[in-house]
Ligand binder design. Sequence first.
Ligand code: IPM
Ligand code: MG
Length: 352
Amino acid sequence: MKIAVLPGDGIGPEIVAQAVNVLNALNINITMQEAPIGGAGYEAAGDPLPDATLQLAKEADAVLLGAVGDWKYDKLERHLRPERGLLRIRKELNLFANLRPALLYPELANASTLKPEVVSGLDIMIVRELTGDIYFGQPRGISTLENGEREGINTMRYCESEIRRIGRVAFDIAMKRNKRVCSVDKANVLETTELWRQVMIELSAEYPEVELSHMYVDNAAMQLIRAPKQFDVMVTGNIFGDILSDEASMLTGSIGMLPSASLDANNKGMYEPSHGSAPDIAGKDIANPLATILSAAMMLRYTFNDEANALKIENAVKKALAQGYRTADIVTEGCKQVKCSEMGNAVVAALN
Ligand code: IPM
Ligand code: MG
């Protein structure tokens, strides 16, 4: 098994190092090779996705990614900015299915800003389409109108086949869970998502056991805070999924807890925490590595079909939390506040 390791920027390198330690501590046959992406790619090769990095990622069975972005690159031309490297690698590898599980570990019920009774037992799978929508639609850009005023344009678009393939992913996952899919759209206003809803309804005929419901995105944002346990699988487009998954992460105590998998049609995948590069705390060894470690578990599950070792990592995370270890973002009274590397060590120690 070949893994391309792309630490990226900000806290990326420190959190990825902990996930690599965890993978190395398992008795599995993997080789890992590192390459720069994002700001690090720009520094190394003048490109947020250097050719060599893309090549390595294409040849690998899976990609483990940290995070990209730093304010110091905000002034660069858009195509040179770190985020563009991330969007391009998703597109180049055809990683259209982004799975973001929001799962509350019982030990963290008090770390959430919501009341424990609202979030305890939470287990939602957000399925976000990742290679279409307003993120990639043409035309786009900023231009100057005849009257001299500037205008910004992005285009929300989805074709049927794109909607159907992400819908399939959601329905298939629901079949292994509680058999409920909530499709999130804005069909009352946006034609793109009116089509989205129609296609989801058509597709649901192939899954008679799955209960399909629909929700407008504004209501979904509200329901996630009001009564998040009503959800099993949520499926939605790129931009709504971006927003709702950040929101859902806070239900679990911290965005530092939310892993993700981005899969192509053959379950080749890129695995990364759902959070960003947090340049403000980079290099301080205080970031939470658990989302990245849990992303490595997802890699074993989805790309390598190694459920046993995936569970081993997840149970080790549970054990480290049960032992009271907490990084700064999830610390509550009576727990042991530890650094990023210490949390990684605690998970490695808990593997056995
Ligand atoms: C995410 C991030 C990215 C996105 C950014 C960094 C481009 O927010 O993975 O959710 O918008 O998809
Ligand atoms: Mg996001």
